[in-house]
Design a protein around this ligand. Structure first.
Ligand code: ADP
Ligand code: MG
Length: 305
């Protein structure tokens, strides 16, 4: 099997990348693909805040990237029929994980799944750049805010610089405050980002409900406006027409009811793993290495030298 790898990326955090990654993964699973979502926002892993996974993972992606665990140990099942490579959440995890091991992780997953969705962190640091180079397609995510678009334009340039390919952009949290639905929202974004707009995701209060429930929006509220937009986006990425049962807002088809039947998880993990505790020598070395990475080598030290 040689699955397709999609990176979900933006210049800024908080614009809807994880929400997009989770819902695209859920729709692709609904479309009978085997799907894995990789929580590769190494600094702020939070897929499990958006979708509650089962308890089957005994390790995290960070352990895998530190060569301390096998990929299967970091694999959990999400309620909508896809797997998740869960991320570690502590600062120590961030220091241990080596982003340059990500291409090997992606190659292994490509052999095991039809679709590999890689959720990334914002910004231009090494750990956010690696996924852009290894993915077949990068999906840019931005809100309509000028600053978010400007930052995401940088991400677009970066994708090209690392030899990746931009599939297009998704504009999230769109409201029709500027004179009616679709009132040029896509046009302005397309002009700034210089790429095709793959979808406009409306601002939708059900997104917050889905986070509380730990269930992807497309499963929890398949007929909500954002769920419909995410479904269209995922089929666009699969390069397939939307199934008839989902056209014209009719989400009452079998696929939707099947997903609705997926069991709700028993509750999202609550340990935020903030890593509080006594600092050891090891921690200090790791902190120095984190600083080194975050500042591009200006501060801290690269433990490898
Ligand atoms: N279409 C939407 N409508 C309403 N709220 C949204 C929508 N998309 C995302 N959000 C909210 O925006 C916040 C950031 O989303 P998230 O997907 O975590 O962004 P990122 O991964 O880019 O940091 C979350 O609180 C999420 O609930
Ligand atoms: Mg995120």
């Amino acid at each position: 099997m040689s699955g397709r790898v999609f990176a979900v990326a933006s210049g800024k955090g908080g614009v809807g990348k994880t929400t997009t990654a989770v819902n695209v993964a859920a729709v692709m699973a609904e479309a009978d693909r085997s799907v894995v979502l990789v929580d590769a926002d190494l600094g702020m892993a939070n897929v499990d805040h958006v979708v509650a996974c089962d308890e089957s993972a005994t390790a995290t992606l960070h352990d895998v990237l530190a060569d301390d665990a096998a990929l299967t140990d970091a694999t959990a099942a999400a309620p909508a029929g896809f797997d998740v490579i869960v991320g570690g959440t502590t600062i120590t995890d961030f220091g241990r994980a080596d982003p340059s091991a990500l291409p090997d992780v992606a190659a292994t997953l490509r052999d095991r799944y039809d679709c590999v969705i890689v959720d990334t962190g914002g910004g231009l640091s090494h750990d956010t750049t690696v996924p852009l180079g290894l993915a077949d397609e990068t999906v840019l995510v931005s809100t309509r805010q000028t600053a978010a678009l400007a930052n995401t334009a940088k991400t677009r340039a970066l994708v090209e610089r690392v030899g990746g390919h931009v599939a297009g952009a998704v504009v999230t949290r769109v409201t029709d405050d500027a004179g009616g639905a679709d009132a040029g929202h896509g046009d302005a974004a397309a002009a700034t980002l210089q790429t095709d707009i793959l979808g406009l995701i409306p601002e939708d209060s059900r997104v917050a409900d889905s986070e509380r429930a730990g269930t992807p929006l497309v499963s929890l509220a398949p007929e909500s406006p954002a769920a419909q937009a995410y479904r269209e986006l995922a089929y666009t990425l699969l390069d397939e027409p939307l199934p008839v049962s989902f056209r014209d807002g009719d989400a009452s088809g079998d696929a939707a009811s099947g997903l609705m039947a997926a069991s709700a998880p028993s509750g999202a993990p609550t340990d935020d793993g903030s890593g509080a505790g006594a600092a050891t020598g090891d921690d200090q070395t790791r902190d120095a290495s984190i600083l080194w990475r975050l500042t591009g080598g200006l501060l801290g030290s690269n433990g490898k030298r």
